[in-house]
Structures are given as C-alpha cells and as structure tokens.
Ligand binder design. Structure first.
Ligand SMILES: Nc1ncnc2c1ncn2[C@@H]1O[C@H](COP(=O)(O)OP(=O)(O)OP(=O)(O)O)[C@@H](O)[C@H]1O
Ligand SMILES: [Mg+2]
Length: 369
C-alpha cells in the first residue's frame, strides 16, 4: 500500500491509538471506527466514525472510505468483519477473530496446531461442570468462553462445593473449566506474519500480574534460552497455522520442569508487547501496520533490555510528571477522558543496556519505574 493510503481500525482503545501512531510514521492515514466518541484511538486518527459495530450503513461507508481494515479489539462481532470482507480486505481475517474471541475455539486450535496446553473441558450445565471437576481435579479455573479480560469472568474452584456458586455466577454464558496450572512463571511471545507468509518474532517476555491485571513485562524473559526459543516457535507456528496477516500474541505458562503450556492468544498487538515500541528498532505496532499494509517485515532488532510497567488507575497515572522527567523511561499515556480505578491509562518502559537483565536477581535492576 503506498503512503497516503487509509487503514481502517475497528476499536478505539490504546492499541488502536498506538497502531495509528505507527501508521502515521509510515505515511498512512487511519480511520477509527468505534462506538465511543473521543476514544484514545480517535484522538490521533485522520478520520473517525462513531457508530455501533452492527450499524450496516456506517460499516458500508467505512469500507468505502478505507483501503484495508484491521481491528484492535478482539470482541468486535465476527458479523462486523463478515459484512466488511466482501467490500475491503480485512487483516487479520474473520477466522482469526472468531478463534481469538472464544476460549474453547482457542484451545481446540492449539491442539490442531500442535501447541501444548493444559487439560480443559467445555461446560454447558452444572452436571457437566461437576463431571469436569471430577475429571480435572481441584483446584481448577472456571471461565466464561467469551468477553473475559483482566481476569473478569473467572472463578477459581478449590472445593467441590465451590462449583455450584461459581456456575450460578458465571452462567448462562458458555463456560470452560481449566485445570489450575501451578506455573513457575507466565511468559508471552509475539509474532508478526505478512501476506507473503514471512514471519518474524519478538523476544519472549515474562509477565507479572497485580489484581488480575498485567503489571509488568520483563523483556527479555528471565528463562533458559531453550524456553525462550520454544515460546517464539509456538507463536510463530500458530501465526502460520492461522494464516494470519498482522501480529499475534500467545500467553503461556512456564512449568517448574521447563515445559510451556499455552493459555490464550490474541490476534492483535498485545499489552505484553508494549516494550517493543521503545526497546526495538521495529516495534509490534509498526510490524502490525507493515503486515496489514503489505510492507516487508524486518527483524525487530531489540537494542535494549526493558521493564514495562502498566499505569493502572488514577494513582498510577498521577506519577506521570516524575516519569516524564526520567531519561531512562519511555512514557506513553493513552488520553482516556475518565481516569477510573482498574483502567489501563498508560505505561512506562524503563530501558536498560542490552544484556543487563541476563541472569540477574538484583531487585534494583528488576524494579520497574
Ligand atoms: N488455568 C489456569 N491456571 C492457573 N492460573 C491461571 C489459569 N488461567 C488463568 N490463570 C491466571 O489468571 C490470569 C488471567 O487469565 P486469562 O489470561 O485466561 O484471562 P484474561 O481475563 O483474558 O486476562 P488478560 O486480559 O489479563 O489476558 C492469568 O494470566 C493467570 O495468572
Ligand atoms: Mg490473559
């Protein structure tokens, strides 16, 4: 796609905002389509449509106004991409979206692509849940199959008596029961795949959560080299199996014995890849836009070690003046109008010389911003 072309982005959140900024650097215009006015993405877009995802008239006008469509929000209805696909190229396509928004479809896809995951059962009734609890054992994690994020729509079952209460709370949504994985660490990796089938991957990272929300990503992950390589190989294999055009993130559990089990995937830029904007020559948002626009995909070229800290809620956001004053920190704020508790409002990436984190247990080095 030549510079000056327009990329349509479904979703108005920070992922779309940072994608639009990367697109602008390559000379593209972005048109953001989202139900909320003044969303983070719209603030930096050349054009915007405020409309519902099922507004057929607005979708047709959007398709006519853009050269390609991507999404930054994985819960865009699949029917939206079905309506757009005959009118304009959609990258990634609806197949990746459908799989990425349903935990059961994801788990089936992992199996099909040969990616190891923990034991799970689809749960449609309390009787099925009780049977699944017997089969998988306790503890186990009951989750809604759709629309979960930041740990919402989940319950940890510790005793058989927990099943009925958790089922009542999460039903009538379709549910999945997963065996509780006693992980040593959580890691993730991101791949970018072009329309020509070329794939590049970023270094695997280690993720730490606070209150069920991603708190830190340490890049590169402090894991043995073969584990990091396996994480990258898994996400690259998935991107190929999906025939994805764009970027894909894979969240994994690292077991104490060094095995990796897939948890979930997201066919879009991912919070655990925000460090790439500042610690790589070509970050995840740039590679996503390059894939969508049909440009070549260079190796990311990581040039620093880094620790990304999410700024969640008003108290974290209030630290911005001190963060803005630091020479070793890259600050990104999302322009959200409502500074609500539990909301991701920005992130700050502390950059360290390449190799600094390798093998370290020094708490000062590992301290976030
Ligand atoms: N089967 C499991 N065993 C152990 N811990 C789990 C399991 N499933 C989820 N968790 C914990 O809960 C966190 C959130 O789960 P998951 O990633 O499935 O949900 P999510 O709501 O999509 O979260 P996010 O939006 O942060 O990615 C995981 O990162 C992990 O810490
Ligand atoms: Mg997750």
């Amino acid at each position: 796609m030549p510079p000056g072309s327009t990329i349509g982005i479904l979703g108005g959140g920070q992922l779309g905002r940072m994608s639009a900024l990367a697109a602008a650097a390559l000379g593209y215009r972005c048109h953001v389509f989202a139900p909320e006015d003044d969303s983070p993405g719209m603030q930096v877009a050349a054009a915007r449509t405020v409309a519902g995802y099922t507004d057929a008239e607005a979708l047709a006008a959007f398709a006519a106004a853009v050269d390609v469509v991507t999404f930054e929000f994985e819960n865009v209805p699949a029917a939206t991409l079905d309506a757009l696909a005959p009118l304009v190229p959609c990258r990634p396509g609806v197949a990746a979206l459908r799989i990425g928004q349903d935990r059961v479809a994801e788990k089936r896809f992992f199996a099909q692509a040969g990616i190891p995951a923990g034991p799970w059962r689809a749960v449609g009734s309390l009787a099925e849940l009780e049977a699944a609890v017997v089969e998988l054992g306790l503890p186990a994690v009951l989750k809604t199959t759709r629309m979960g994020y930041d740990g919402r729509g989940q319950a940890v079952l510790r005793r058989p008596e927990d099943a009925a209460e958790a089922f009542a709370r999460l039903a009538p949504h379709p549910l999945i029961l997963e065996a509780f994985i006693p992980f040593a660490k959580e890691v993730s990796a991101i791949a970018a795949r072009g329309a020509d089938g070329s794939v590049v991957t970023f270094d695997a990272v280690e993720n730490r959560h606070a209150h069920h929300i991603l708190d830190l990503s340490i890049a590169p992950a402090l894991v043995p080299a073969h584990v990091a390589a396996a994480a990258r190989a898994h996400v690259a294999a998935l991107a190929g199996a999906l025939e994805l055009v764009g970027v894909l993130a894979l969240e994994m559990f690292l077991l104490p014995d060094g095995r990796l089990l897939a948890n979930e995937m997201a066919p879009r830029p991912h919070n655990s890849g925000h460090w790439t904007m500042d610690a790589c020559r070509h970050g995840q948002f740039e590679l996503h836009i390059r894939a969508v626009a049909g440009l070549p995909l260079p190796e990311p070229g990581r040039h620093a070690d880094s620790i990304m800290k999410n700024l969640v809620g008003p108290a974290a956001h209030a630290q911005w003046p001190a963060l803005a004053a630091r020479g070793d920190v890259a600050l990104h704020l999302y322009g959200k109008s409502e500074l609500r508790e539990g909301r991701k409002l920005g992130h700050a990436t502390r950059l360290l010389p390449l190799g600094t984190l390798s093998g370290t247990t020094d708490p000062d080095l590992l301290a976030p911003v």
